[in-house]
Design a protein around this ligand. Structure first.
Ligand code: SF4
Length: 568
């Protein structure tokens, strides 16, 4: 163990025998919950221990405290969101079997099961692995799920090559520890995981303490930044010439989390650092990860994301260090930048004689509720047609490889189950996402997922009042400033600040190319639409040709918007 001053979590990771800790022992100790140390290590295995926030403070019949209602969130790591129908069906079965009857599609193209009891955790993870998916490294201080544009356009190789690249990066940056296999996948007769038998494996990229903090990577196209590339630690923007990817612009240092009380924390958008030909992507990715590993802040976790290292050093010094690790100089970036975004919803010609269908899933929650029976309808479609699927970064689903003759039947199944087609939804709803927040997230200060549908209803009304019903206005909402749903770059960002109150950000945009600015703090939930309404009116009367709402707000700026609304 080194003498460097580091946080407690660094000491825990380093002493954990490559992320084993006492997880295996605690799995069979009869307790309802894991210890704090194990809960931290569990994240690297794809699991967050949580407690039902709705139940906190509840009393038993005899007046005693009911205590915490513990359960686990189990996240699956799926590079590019590529899922077979069997894998999807297995996840739907699992949510009924061990979860809360819903599957959540995450904003990083993964699945989440909620409310899994500790006693069901091992078989849940085993079942996921039996479908050839994994929860390993879905969370924790490692490379998280590598995102990639999921659209299955097969008229050229571009999207397929990007998706292959996502797989290759994910595999290359995967931790090598065998702890996951030992803890979750070996049967009762398997090797025991006690300290005397521990044989470390080489972790050539991560070393004994893994990374100082989580690390996020995504791959996008300039005209389709559906993965929100500039919010990631590391982004690869494909440069296409004559229908082929020749290389990637490399963006570094994006990140969304912040703590308002700590002025040294802030969201950032990634900076364009260099260009790499396709055959050097892995070496450059590895060099960047290793620079963050060796120089990222390990004392203060609130300063540990790579964005702070880059802010501290400046992009030139950071690039020079990456060049040192890479072993050669890196060129200036290609001029290409992000220009637009697509949500891939509705019917699209795949370019190979077949079709794909994007289905919007409000807040990514696959469930049956009232007349909207998405879970049942999806089951029926997937069982009948067995098509491959994709999970989108806006928490939606793409059904792939559909024959033209089957489209009408699939449309009918959707109608029969109350599943809305993309054309029946406003663009604002299609481009809205929320984090789970209450009741499952231990960090949330207020609601997000459970209230966003109402917020969108209200925004749709005021958009219609201003004759802006068809306008694409992206809305990202979170239950706290940690920013899991990337709330600091869309047209409208809503960040939970206190119970029922939100910080309202304006001036980002749907393609996610810049940070929004703080327009108003502590806006009550029920006043969000009314607060935005006058600015929509201003936008309607003074927008320039084709200007988006976010671009308009950014052009006018905070002072002008404030002066305008105060003069009303
Ligand atoms: Fe939880 Fe905050 Fe992340 Fe939402 S943004 S999931 S409330 S940590």
């Amino acid at each position: 163990m080194s003498d460097e001053k580091v946080s407690k979590l660094e000491i825990l990771k380093e002493g954990s025998r490559q992320l084993r800790g006492t997880i295996a022992e605690e799995l069979t100790n009869g307790e309802e919950n894991f210890s704090g140390d194990s809960a931290q290590l569990l994240k690297h295995h794809g699991t967050y221990q949580q407690d039902n926030r709705d139940m906190r403070g509840k009393k038993n019949e005899d007046g005693t405290s009911a205590g915490k209602e513990f359960s686990c969130m189990v996240r699956t790591r799926i590079p590019g969101g590529k899922v077979t129908s069997d894998q999807f069906l297995a996840e739907l079965d699992l949510c009924d079997d061990v979860g809360n009857g819903t599957v959540r599609l995450t904003s990083r193209q993964g699945f989440q099961l909620h409310a899994v009891l500790k006693s069901d955790l091992k078989r849940t993870i085993q079942t996921i692995n039996e479908t050839k998916l994994t929860t390993f490294a879905a969370c924790g201080d490692v490379e998280r799920n590598v995102m990639c544009c999921p659209a299955p356009h097969n008229d050229n190789k571009v999207r397929q090559d990007m998706q292959d690249m996502a797989d290759v990066i994910a595999e290359h940056l995967k931790p090598k520890t065998s702890s996951y296999f030992e803890i979750w996948l070996e049967d009762e007769n398997g090797e025991k995981t006690n300290a005397t038998e521990f044989q470390p494996v080489d972790e050539p990229i991560y070393g004994p303490r893994y990374l100082p903090r989580k690390f996020k990577t995504a791959i996008a196209l300039p005209e389709d930044n559906c993965v929100d590339l500039m919010t990631q630690d590391l982004g690869f923007l494909a440069i296409v010439e004559d229908g082929e990817i020749v290389g990637y612009n490399v963006f570094v240092g994006g990140g969304q989390g912040m703590t308002p009380a700590k002025k040294t924390t802030y969201p950032t958008v990634a900076q364009k650092m260099t260009y790499v030909p396709t055959d050097q992507v892995l070496q450059v990715a590895e060099a960047i990860v290793k620079v963050q590993r060796d120089f990222g802040n390990r004392l203060d976790r609130k300063q540990a994301r790579m964005k702070y290292l880059i802010a501290d050093w400046g992009i030139e010094k950071f690039k020079a260090k990456v060049e040192e690790y890479f072993g050669g100089s890196l060129p200036e970036p290609h001029p290409a930048d992000v220009t637009d975004v697509d949500d891939h919803m509705g019917w699209h010609d795949q370019g190979d004689g077949r079709w794909y269908l994007g289905i919007n899933v409000e807040n990514g929650r696959v469930k049956d509720e009232g007349d909207m029976r998405l879970k049942t309808g999806l089951r029926e479609i997937l069982k009948k047609y067995g098509m491959p699927t994709r999970l989108t970064p806006l928490q939606g689903i793409i059904l792939c490889d559909i024959e033209d003759k089957d489209r009408a039947d699939i449309d009918q199944i959707m109608v029969d189950h109350g599943i809305k087609a993309a054309d029946d939804l406003s663009l604002t709803r299609r481009f809205s996402i929320a984090c789970p927040a209450l009741p499952t997230c231990g960090l949330s200060v207020t609601e997000s997922e459970r209230v966003l549908p109402q917020v969108i209803d209200d925004l749709e009304k005021v958009q219609a009042e201003h004759d802006l019903a068809d306008e694409r206005i992206s809305v990202h909402m979170t239950g706290c400033p940690n920013g899991c749903c990337r709330p600091y770059t869309p047209d409208i960002g809503l960040v939970g600040k206190a119970r029922g109150k939100y910080t309202l950000y304006l001036g980002g945009n749907a393609p996610g190319t810049r940070l929004a600015f703080l327009y108003k703090d502590m806006v009550p939930l029920e006043e969000i639409a009314a607060t935005v309404s006058p600015i929509l009116g201003y936008f309607k009367s003074e927008r320039s040709n084709g200007e988006s709402f976010g671009d308009f707000c950014a052009r006018k700026g905070l002072d002008d918007l404030t002066a305008y609304t105060e003069a009303l």
